[in-house]
Ligand binder design. Structure first.
Ligand code: TXA
Ligand code: MG
Length: 328
């Protein structure tokens, strides 16, 4: 299907991808159409090995070389100058291309069998939470694509770290499971964390769009440890008094504190408090779990913005459209 210009959804260690032959502009056009994705938002190319990376990138810079040696295959994408063979449809007109070597046997077997780099954004409809199970892909893509490869739930659950390796210092364009700390260990100093400004064109074009949004509006609840339960009780009581039906996305510990206020089907537990890996792996499924429920507003617990917590908070803030309530 990939070789004949079709679309195939497949698992990776981060999220499910919606794949097409990355060197075939017409095939890639189908990705944009199927997702409802804006055409200026570039795709990343998934490769099985270095040889294939060189089919897409004009140069593997020494910086990229170090990142790949340390973390590939794995949840990282390097931005490099593109080769002419990569259609500008794939890169949204940019002179660079994102390259990623997924650490997932099904993904690697698919890329090898196709014999071409596979362009793949997350396999969700544009604006929706990324899919981390085949069932979530099915929910968004039923009737639109001919095939989903089911590789079970994704291990990391947040999309790859994107590192721009074309400049003087490496720059993280999107945080992920390969953290700033991990990158600094192999690269030394990195460019300072990106601050997104309304009046500037974003460096990773995709970062400007509404993302990961659940169907009911989401607000984040930020409170010091020890006061989280009380903060959730206050938020839930207030929403209920306003005639709303709240759903919550919380740690196991917080869930125990609000059991009497929220029906069990409106509580999505992401794992133990402070377990960032579990939070990352379960976040998108938790957001999607409310798709077919009666909750009209959602509240989610925040995590500390360090290590993997940076990626988790990045996705949570986007899902919430920036709405955060602070309790002291
Ligand atoms: O983990 C992942 O990266 C998943 C799986 C399927 O591999 N893919 C994924 O793709 O998250 P997507 O399309 O949802 O996100 C790719 C991001 C977008 O924000 C896009 O703007 C950015 O990468 N991007 C792609 N090419 C770029 C380039 N040449 N320069 C800057 N940003 C780029
Ligand atoms: Mg995406």
């Amino acid at each position: 299907m990939i070789r004949s210009g079709g679309l195939v959804a497949f698992p990776t260690e981060t999220v499910y991808g919606l794949g097409a032959n990355g060197l075939d502009a017409e095939a890639c056009a189908k990705i944009y159409e199927t997702k409802g994705r804006p055409s200026d938002n570039p795709l990343i190319l998934h490769v099985a090995d270095y040889a294939m990376a060189k089919q897409a990138a004009a140069e593997i810079t020494p910086m990229a070389e170090r990142v790949l040696a340390a973390f590939a295959p794995g949840p990282v994408t390097v931005i490099l100058p593109k080769r002419d063979e990569v259609p500008s449809k794939v890169t949204g007109g940019l002179a660079t291309v994102g390259i990623r070597m997924p650490d997932n046997d099904v993904a690697r077997a698919l890329i090898r069998a196709a014999g071409t780099p596979i362009a793949a954004p997350s396999a969700n409809r544009s604006g929706r939470p990324s899919p981390t199970t085949a069932a979530a892909v099915f929910a968004d893509m039923d009737g639109k694509i001919p095939l989903i490869l089911d590789g079970g739930p994704c291990r990391f659950g947040v999309e790859s770290t994107i590192v721009d390796c074309t400049g003087e210092r490496a720059e993280i364009l999107r945080p992920g499971a390969v953290t700033r700390e991990m990158l600094a260990e192999v690269l030394g100093e990195l460019a300072p964390p990106l601050v997104f400004r309304e009046d500037e064109a974003p460096r990773a074009p995709g970062m400007k769009y509404v993302h990961y949004a659940p169907l009911a509006p989401l607000t984040l609840i930020d409170a010091p440890r020890g006061k989280i339960g009380a903060a959730f009780r206050a938020a839930v009581r207030e929403a209920t008094a306003e005639g709303k039906c709240p759903g919550v996305i919380v740690s196991k510990e917080t869930a125990e504190e609000i059991e009497s206020l929220v029906p069990p089907e409106h509580i999505a537990v992401t794992g133990s408090a402070g377990d960032l890996s579990a939070m990352a792996a379960n976040l998108y499924e938790a957001l999607r779990s409310f798709d077919d429920k009666a909750a009209t507003v959602l509240f989610a617990e925040t995590v500390e913005e360090a290590g993997l917590g940076v990626a988790v908070m990045n996705r949570l803030k986007k899902a919430a459209g920036g709405r955060i309530r602070f309790y002291n």
